[in-house]
Design a protein around this ligand. Sequence first.
Ligand code: IVH
Length: 703
Amino acid sequence: MVDAPEGAGRDAGAAARVDQLRRLIRYHAERYYRDDAPEIADAEYDALVVELARLEEEHPELASPTSPTATVGAPPSGAFPPVHHARRMLSLDNVFSIEELTSWSERLERVLGSAALSDAGYVCEPKIDGLAMSLRYEHGRLVRAATRGDGSVGEDVTANVLTIRGLPHLLALAPAEIPALLEVRGEVYLPLSAFAELNRRQEEAGLRPFANPRNSAAGSLRQKDPAVTATRPLAFFAYQIGEVDGGIAGEGGAALETHSGALALLRRAGLPVNNEIRRVASIGDVAAYCAEALARRHELGYEIDGVVVKLDELELQRRAGATAHAPRWAVAYKFPPEERTTTLERILVSIGRTGRATPFAKLTPVVVAGSTVSLASLHNEDQVRLKDLREGDTVVVRKAGDVIPEVVAPVLARRPPTAVPWVFPTSCPGCGGPLVRLPGEADTYCQNLDCPAQQLQRVAHFASRAAMDIEGLGEQRVAQLLGAGLVHDVADLFALGEDAVAALEGFAEVSARNLVEAIAACRGQGLTRLLVALSIRHVGPSIAAALAGAYPDLDAVIAAPAAQLAAIAGVGPTIAASVAAFFSSPANLAVVEKLRRAGVSFASDRYRPPAAPVEARPLEGRSVVVTGTLAGFTREQAEEAIVAAGGKSPGSVSARTFAVVVGQDPGASKLARAEQLKIPLLDEAAFRTLLETGALPGDRPPR
Ligand code: IVH
């Protein structure tokens, strides 16, 4: 619900509130229908109408034929010649839940009789979020197109409508079938792909992006120059027959008995009719259709804001009749809103793990698509400038489905006079160092590797689920470790002692031990996760996997020239340059060395060593057991290498074991058994020699 604006207390008399609501609704209807520049989100407008309708129902003495609940749209702007609609173009009443939908059908049942309704069936149609249009075909030829206007008088936009592709200028019917007059009603809309393309062009030209497809469709249609409209790929769906006379429809349209039949005729005549439209038998089926449409609303390629439900039998439609505002035989089931307006309180900048400074909006919290939104990324400096977002603005916030919330646009008409254009800060909020935007780049960076804000993000990312996956180490705990001076970079995590951690607030002996153990356990995660964890620009899980597939270990990645990296499938020159630049920084290499000393495995978890040729199988018939973590092999790779050399790698030590390879933190029982049986123990270097030659170190000749 929208709050009562200044001066109107909720306790004001019903008459005063009704009066005020009518003025508010008229004002916003004009902004929406006449100027194509709404100042409030559709859901907030709908809420005003619902409140007004409720008050008018409770106080019938306040009813008025000029109330927005009894009228349609807004009077035309006068920019185009007026067109009088022979049959009024009505609006639709809205329902917002399945319960309200059921009440609507029960009311119809009472009026028409339940028997009549039970065989009648309903037609369910996506409610296209565009603008209503009336097309007049005389003897099969499109002669006039008019907007709905206030339902009685619209605007003549024929020249613009003629530019819409896919709209037949001649009906595709046999000559005898062609009606003398056919008025087709439907919705002009802008497909999402066309909308995205239009905004891409706007951005390229440095122009403000359009807020949504509906507004850009409406604006495009009311262009004075049809050549401009022609550059906007508008589309049309026919959803109703208005006036009709003769031809296949019979005298006065008498041959048409059902709405679904009328749609079939329109489709046969070559008009675009939505493929999602279904005829269903019962109100239960209607509810199922609505649920499915809601779930699939983002798969359609155009915006819909609900489902229109219509009685199929035209005779029943006539009997149900209409109010001055809307037919009784149809209703709009509106989806929960995905757009709301709220206040943009502040524009702040956050510093990421690579030093990128990202502007974000701090919003007055607002519920959008079922969740409260109070923060939204603004991506970069250019995005804020293009949208001309200013602190204090009323803004449209959008959250489509599970999509991340987005600040769509400011409502310019509600901009406070004091609002000033936003300027990107020149110093980092984390360390006070300079923020630098390199020429040709969209992003701005804090270049100080010691910036505490960056350190926090880097360490938290290192520990995160997609990276080293250290359980129990979230951003808050990382902040604590940094704040206590225990950690500066990611390698410091491995040096943490239980006592030092236990001394921190919120930790006890057990939780400290668990954390230190979880950190130790991540050392063997392998190269893919390690590469992700290092916070190299552009390197996420899939690029890391590509690199780990191409090189046996981190040292090989570090040594690889950029040109070689760029040749790996999926990598390319930009990412290759970023990887090479990362490993050319002495500060980053120092962290890598600290990680090596801490025992973090650099071995690839994806690299497959080329199989040894058959003739060279130095371990033929021999068993080699591996225990503990190796620096250059994951456990799996070590076992594969033994097998590739012709040997076996069982899980336990026996008298038949040829040698035991001992890494860091070996299994105590394996070690004891090997010593007991006097089986040679090999370090990693000796293991490599064994794999290549079959020889054991020292004076022991190969057995
Ligand atoms: S039927 C008398 N069918 O929704 C009934 N309208 O909120 C006329 N709309 O003015 C409307 N898709 O612009 C109908 N499949 C559909 C529709 C549809 C979108 C629009 C139409 C109408 C508005 C009412």
